[in-house]
Ligand binder design. Structure first.
Ligand code: DC
Length: 226
């Protein structure tokens, strides 16, 4: 069996993790695993049941009932399924961003999703992005990258993404959401957002998409000799 490579990309919301990770995975023929999408699907399930995002007990009680599946479309895009329904678009709203951030603070939710994430990396070469991939999910990943950018740069990118999808959004609101999630994701006790000790830090504030991808590609080639 050929060697399996794991690349962990962690960092705050809007640093460009998912777009860069997707491109890089395609380039090397690795599977891209967007772990934020899995947390978002749990958040969506809670929201649809009318559970408050901070109602920890109700969220925990819901977990055994959940039927969440990760799949890949023919074009290689990751899709998320909730009770068999493709919810890949429904999980991308600002409301569900907040839900995902809140439910992901619960250790029970994190434990519930751990095996799904690890099994992807056991079976495939992966580029996996999230908040705790290098620190908790894949502590033995061959390459760990901590991707950052200033809050304003991240808000500008997220705004463009939302507007491109036809969503209504304004800069101040997007910036406030990003700052809320930064604080939430970093301050929580369970697997907070922080760089692994052996992570390579990459600040993309002054880099465009192509430059960011080139920097990551170089790191992979150097580390794995591929
Ligand atoms: O990457 P994203 O914005 O789609 O993630 C949504 C939320 O899920 C984010 O606010 C934090 C949480 N998350 C997490 O706690 N751990 C991960 N590995 C990925 C996401």
């Amino acid at each position: 069996m050929s060697e399996k490579y794991s690349v962990a990309i962690d960092g705050p919301s809007g640093a460009g993790k998912s777009t860069i990770a997707r491109r890089i995975a395609g380039k090397f023929g690795f599977i891209y695993v967007d772990t934020g999408a899995i947390y978002r699907t749990v958040g969506l399930a809670a929201c649809r049941r009318g559970i408050g995002s901070k109602d920890a007990q109700a969220v925990i009680d819901m977990l055994p009932e959940l039927n969440i599946r990760l799949g890949y479309a023919r074009d290689g895009q990751q899709r998320m399924y909730l009770d068999g329904e493709d919810v890949s678009d429904d999980i991308r709203t600002p409301t569900i961003s907040i839900y995902a951030s809140d439910v992901s603070a619960l250790p029970e939710v994190r434990a519930y999703l751990m095996e799904t994430q690890r099994s992807m990396a056991r079976e495939n070469s992966v580029v996996m992005d999230g908040r705790d991939i290098g620190t908790v999910v894949l502590p033995d990943a061959g390459l760990k990258i901590f991707l950052t950018a200033s809050p304003e740069a991240r808000a500008r990118r997220r705004l463009r993404e939302l507007l491109d999808r036809g969503a209504e959004a304004d800069f101040e609101q997007v910036l406030r959401d990003i700052e809320y999630r930064d604080a939430n994701d970093s301050a929580r006790a369970a697997a907070p957002l922080r760089p692994a000790e052996d992570a390579v830090h990459l600040d993309t504030t002054a880099l465009d998409f192509e430059e960011s991808c080139a920097a990551v590609e170089k790191l992979i080639r150097e580390r794995f000799g591929i």
